[in-house]
Design a protein around this ligand. Structure first.
Ligand SMILES: Nc1ncnc2c1ncn2[C@@H]1O[C@H](COP(=O)(O)OP(=O)(O)OP(=O)(O)O)[C@@H](O)[C@H]1O
Length: 268
């Protein structure tokens, strides 16, 4: 397996058939992601970020083109590719522990003992700092904690790739910052390959090894890629004054607001 071409997207096209006819969402998307790399997808609302992430998750199939992960074609969802959505999608009648345990059981249940499955579940909750909340149900915990359960659930399956669709989008700025720091710590520990959709330029620069910037749709594609060469571990306060950080941030802002400026009428 080629570490440098762990995920490959080759000439991917996505056309949705709607009542009003065909909608060409993605056009000729080409992308290669290395194992262990943290990639963010950024672009204006509706450009096709989630569509591309869903293709990587195997939740939808490209109309044309090829998507590979670890040298194999992505033919459907797999525990190898854990997905975290913005709305965390927890089962409300189960505790945090049970929500995570369900995923663990699905992946490892056939070959591991009950004690080992519970151990895995507890370890995933500990990784996101949620051991004290293990017995609580989703309606008893905050939005940030729910999101952490979602991350624990994805991580508990030991995915090779973590796919995240605006995982922190619904959170307040302080909780968001805290979870970004936690995510960086976890990824440093697990070595996961991450692809994350975000709208937040600072989040993209802070977390990424590469920022993939998408053009506006229809027929959206990759407009440019910024390689972020900032040493890790990264400290958000120190970076605020770092000239390289500021330069990366400016490059993304220029792409979004000069090169891909949206017409006034539908600007978000
Ligand atoms: N199942 C579908 N059927 C028809 N059109 C779709 C479907 N899914 C997405 N689209 C369209 O494809 C385009 C890309 O949508 P997508 O959700 O990928 O954008 P996005 O960049 O993730 O947006 P946002 O940042 O607002 O979440 C949009 O114009 C959307 O309306």
């Amino acid at each position: 397996m080629n570490k440098h071409k762990y995920i490959e997207v080759q000439h991917a096209e996505m056309v949705f058939e709607t009542k009003k006819g065909s909608f060409h969402a993605l056009a000729d998307v080409n992308l290669t992601i290395e194992q262990g790399e943290f990639t963010t997808l950024i672009g204006h609302s509706g450009c096709g970020k989630s569509t591309l992430l869903n293709l990587l998750a195997g939740l939808t199939t490209a109309s044309e083109g090829v998507l590979l992960c670890g040298g194999r074609e992505i033919a459907g969802p797999s525990p190898e590719r854990g997905v975290v959505f913005q709305n965390h999608s927890l089962l409300p009648w189960l505790t945090c522990f049970e929500n995570v345990h369900l995923a663990v059981e699905r992946v490892f249940g056939a070959r591991e003992s009950g004690a080992k499955l519970r151990e895995r579940t507890a370890a995933a909750l500990a990784l996101v700092g949620l051991t004290p909340a293990a017995g609580k149900r989703p309606n008893e915990i905050s939005g940030g904690m729910k999101q952490r359960v979602g991350i624990a659930r994805a991580l508990s399956m030991e995915p090779k790739v973590l796919l995240m669709d605006e995982p922190f989008g619904a959170l307040d700025a302080l909780t968001r910052a805290h979870l970004q720091d936690e995510l960086m710590r976890i990824v440093a520990q697990t070595g996961s390959t991450v692809v994350m959709v975000t709208h937040d330029v600072d989040e993209a620069v802070l977390l990424s090894d590469r920022i993939v910037m998408m053009t506006n749709g229809p027929a959206a594609t990759i407009g440019d890629i910024v390689q972020v060469r900032l040493a890790r571990p990264r400290d958000r306060v120190a970076l605020a004054h770092d000239h390289l950080y500021i330069e990366y941030r400016t490059r993304v802002l220029e792409f979004l607001y000069h090169r891909q400026a949206r017409p006034q009428k539908d600007a978000a």
